[in-house]
Design a protein around this ligand. Structure first.
Ligand code: SF4
Length: 360
């Protein structure tokens, strides 16, 4: 095991951090992950998966009508590399997923350098601002950006589904839909129409049955906010076990502190699937595969101050869920129901290691 470095408490670390960031930036300028190719005064700067999708649209060979910078290091931004690229461009289109992080940083860099180049991207409306960037959208952006652009292969909006990662077979046995249906049926019987607020991730598969879905870890905060904003129907927050450990606990503590009236449902699939199967603190292995204590969702919730916790195991779903949801929807205050339904086809038994979690 690596010996821990002694901490010099008199050292002021923030200046060191800035020095290190400068060193990393200089390293990034020489890093092999950044690559410029092609010709012309129109440039594209693409990062990560967006670069792969760009190559699918324009082809692998460098083009005479387009210069492309593949950016493999985003922070600190390799300013010299990007500055050199911008110097040859009249316009540069930024391709990136999520927020226009690079676009804003590169626009600022162009301004600092006094480079006469227009920076285009999500913020300027030249690529779609929200959602995933699909190949047909990149193709459309290029058709507007490069006169007479001819793609290496044509992509259509109608084929968008085929670009998404294949999950259907893997998820064929998923019970999340059954759980949400059972919740809605229990509410129907009680004459209730609760606002169902979910996290993204696996709940996207049942997104059509939710009333709101915002960001990972947001379900409890959003549901609590709806209740406080005077939404008449009771709010129910649905989220996963990974989300519970990573970002939802502070929202639950806040809900306890404010005496919220909220039903919370943890859909515990025993895995962090959507972002790559990395372990979460509820599992008995750490990121290096070593044995690690598996934390208990129910005990943590009770320790924070949640008054009622109930657990339904995978073998009990059909028998117990109607009654557990009826009780949860009938009581007032803060309640948490953990529904254990291991991830993966039912006949494969899911991915959870047997006995991986203390009983709850
Ligand atoms: S919980 Fe597992 S089976 Fe269900 S949608 Fe997520 S990945 Fe698929």
């Amino acid at each position: 095991m690596m010996a821990a470095r002694p901490v010099d408490r008199n050292l002021r670390h923030h200046p060191d951090l800035e020095i290190l960031a400068d060193i990393i930036e200089r390293w990034a300028d020489d890093a092999p992950f950044n690559r410029a190719e092609g010709r012309g005064d129109r440039g594209i700067i693409a990062a990560g998966f967006a670069h792969r999708k760009l190559l699918d649209v324009i082809g692998e060979a460098p083009r005479d009508d387009l210069r492309v910078l593949k950016l493999g290091v985003l922070f600190p931004l390799p300013r010299e590399t990007v500055g050199r690229f911008l110097a040859g461009c009249r316009e540069a289109l930024i391709l990136e997923e999520n927020e226009p992080f690079l676009e804003v940083a590169i626009k600022a860099l162009a301004h600092d350098l006094g480079a006469p180049v227009r920076i285009l991207g999500k913020a300027t409306g030249h690529t779609r601002r929200e959602g995933e960037l699909f190949r047909w959208q990149i193709q459309q952006a290029l058709e507007r950006f490069v006169p007479g652009f001819v793609p290496a292969r044509t992509y259509h909006e109608a084929d968008e589904a085929s670009e998404r990662p294949p999950r259907e077979n893997y998820c064929a046995g998923c019970r999340f839909g059954d759980v949400v249906d059972a919740l809605k049926e229990a509410a129907d019987r009680l004459g209730q129409d609760p606002m169902l607020v979910g996290d993204p991730g696996c709940l996207a598969a049942v997104g059509d049955r939710l009333d709101a879905k915002f960001a990972i870890g947001s379900a409890v905060g959003v549901a609590d906010g709806l209740a406080r904003a005077g939404v008449r129907d009771r709010a129910v927050a649905l989220f996963g076990d990974s989300s519970f450990f990573h970002t939802t606990m502070p929202a639950i503590a806040n809900a306890v502190h404010h005496g919220s009236d909220l039903l919370m449902v943890v859909l515990d699939n025993g895995a962090t699937v959507t972002s790559g199967f990395q372990p979460n603190p509820g599992q008995p292995r750490d990121a290096l595969g070593r044995p690690a204590p598996a934390l208990d969702i129910e005990r943590i919730a009770r320790a924070i101050g949640v008054e009622s916790t109930v657990t339904v195991g995978p073998d009990d779903l059909d028998r117990r869920l109607p009654e557990v949801f009826r009780e949860g929807l009938s009581r007032r205050g803060l309640a948490l129901i953990v529904v254990r339904t291991p991830c993966g086809p039912a006949d494969a038994g899911g991915h959870r290691e047997a006995g991986s979690r203390p009983g709850g």
